[in-house]
Design a protein around this ligand. Sequence first.
Ligand SMILES: CC(=O)N[C@@H](C)C(=O)N[C@@H](C)C(=O)O
Length: 829
Amino acid sequence: MASTLLSKTTSDWCVKLLCPRYPPPPPILSHPPTLLLTWRPFRYFFSTKRLSTFLAMDGSKAGPLKELPLGIDATTEEEYASQSKLLQEFTSISSIDKAWIFKSDSGIGSQAMFSISQPNLLANKRKKFILSSHISRESNNSVNFQWAPFPVEMTGVSVIVPSPSGAKLLVVRNPENESPCQFEIWGRAQVEKEFHIPQSVHGSVYADGWFQGISWNSDETLIAYVAEEPSPSKPTFTGQGYKKGSSTEKDFGNWKGQGDWKEEWGETYAGKRQPALFVININSGEAQAVKGIEKSLSVGQVVWAPPVRGSHQYLVFVGWSEGTRKLGIKYCFNRPCALYAVRAPNFESEADGPELKDNSTEDVPVVNLTQSISSAFYPRFSPDGKFLSFLSARSSVDSGAHSATDSLHRIDWPIDGLLSSSAKIVDVVPVVMCAEDGSFPGLYWSSFLSNPWLSDGCTMIITSIWGSCEVILSVNVLSGEVIRISPTDSNSSWSVLTLDGDNIVAVSSSPVDVPHIKYGYLVDKESKNTAWSWLNVPSPTNECSEKVKSLLSSLQFSIMKIPLRDVSDSVTKGAAKPIEAIFVSSKTKRNDPFDPLIVILHGGPHSVSLSSFSKSLAFLSSIGFNLLIVNYRGSLGFGEEALQSLPGKVGSQDVNDVLVAIDHVIDLGLASPSKLAVLGGSHGGFLTTHLIGQAPDKFVVAAARNPVCSLALMVGTTDIPDWIYVEAYGSEGKNSFTDAPSAEHLTLFQSKSPIAHVSKVKTPTLFLLGAQDLRVPVSTGLQYARAMKEKGVPVKVIVFPNDTHAIERPQSDFESFLNIGVWFKKYLS
Ligand SMILES: CC(=O)N[C@@H](C)C(=O)N[C@@H](C)C(=O)O
């Protein structure tokens, strides 16, 4: 997802804002060690240019002073250096992203391929590699993974997809410029085919995890996929003026104009052209666009429909209409979408059988299969092809909340291939409104396998969110029965990587445990007993440095249930239930009497902080901070009523929930009221800046990543102005959304924004901002930081010129958390 372009180093762009009201830090011993700086003028301390020589207090010339980089001063340089060493150790921990299982050549056991990634700070990219293992089940209910001695790096690879039989592997390499897109078909030992698809056919293949869809047909001759439509032709001008007609030629005698601007899908999709559907024949290398799909439909997640003998092959895909304008789609499941079926193209060379010589291009209608529901995605055919199941975010679409409780559905698939747009949609897992204590809170998918089926043909294995944990569920698509099959006595998070027949290869982690591979099997397959057993899999991927191991082993965590205060009678039952927070602390008290506490707030707001491992949070715990990670009402995983209680009340209900959680740990004697820090990104940054304004004496220090500080400013520039209406007004905001906000709208937005409280703020705050953020444009954070500076409150701002909303490029992520660590230490030590 991260772009690899680096035009300027991030430190070139660091801005440190001057705060005249706050005195410089206390005297320190600085570089060179012989030079005692008893006092430094403000000008030096805050200036962006450094003096190269320094005069000692007695006026003698002390020789050249080492230049300090922007934003680092002599008081923090030591801390910066030592924290950076530790952060590097955390950063280098690898992540297990995906896995695939293949039949073993020997017929005994199976072969697994794990896709692993690790940030490469120097290259500012994620290194991706493949690690293989042979899996054998032993008779004594144990499992043995025999790992290949080393992983193999995958360079320049955008996506890999094995064929259904596992005999072939598709490797796609997307172009970096205008060159063709490369498709490779690999056999067991070598590349068997290589095709270059020119830009005149299509651009890059989508590998974004949302529009992305790559599907092999059952006889492994065709692959359907989603790629950017070809570049539209642009007006050409020559020395004589406009040249009539379209031309793709480029020469010195002409130049291209821009033509009309086209709306895009917002954050992380800048410069991406419309996703369109293609099929490639892997015998001939011919790639064809799928015909008949309306130009205004963006497509994704394509799969082949079960083949029907003597009939044309169909593809099923998800389609998103653009309406009057495209609004940002990243993190926004409230964009209406439907499943469609379309006839796959015929290839001349295909041996379709005698009855299928018809290669006509006559228009065959595209069938909308899910007209009666506002959202349908992730289509998955049952192994016998009798039904099609899919997920839906209808609650999100209907309410306008950008994410909400999901539901699971199925439709019967016509055996005769006669498709209908009025097929009955069966609700398999409906939306859970109120999560009863300890029971299933509703479906909140977090990852979805391309083949999620157990061998009974009706049980799907799904990773979902349950309170503050990620869990593995089995869902019977015929009966609707949902069972939590990852251990119920574990507060760790679990997610499925792949299925090995009826067994599960999963990964489990916690705030204090790096990800570990687990192998799950049904204890008694024959009986009705649904208990699963989970084995630990020793793996090279479980390893981390001795230092990290020892630091993590000194930490502990718990998930706290926190009762709400003063709940009004008007709230729904589900919104009156206790909230959860994850508390991470040292096993032994490190300082007397309390370690400082960082309150951590997720964004969204309809997202969640999970009990899974986070390198950056583990780093902060390891340098001496306890963490209180609050899942305020509105978070995913706690039922629809709790989630829907927030829109219309942002800046008050969520702020109060956080304050209640803080008081809870203080009352339990786990935190000191005078040692609090707060950290959040996006909506979490909205809460961070609200908290330092509404509770100005509570926090010693704060940090905000791309924070939403002014809804009024942001509404005209964000890719999701509708989000502002829904969160500020509640679900009626969905209908009042307009791109031309009235004065009344702007007044309400202003009143609900952190900037309305900025005059009260006293807390020194670090701002980390991505200049390419289309979601929460950089101007929002800068405006707030400037307003703080105007009031004389210490502010530090780092702008990452090439980062989008998530600030996830390896160097930017590193520099962000290093600065958070140093900033918090500076004020909380
Ligand atoms: C829907 C959305 O993107 N909202 C943002 C304001 C936000 O909070 N984003 C979350 C997902 C984040 O953590 O970036």
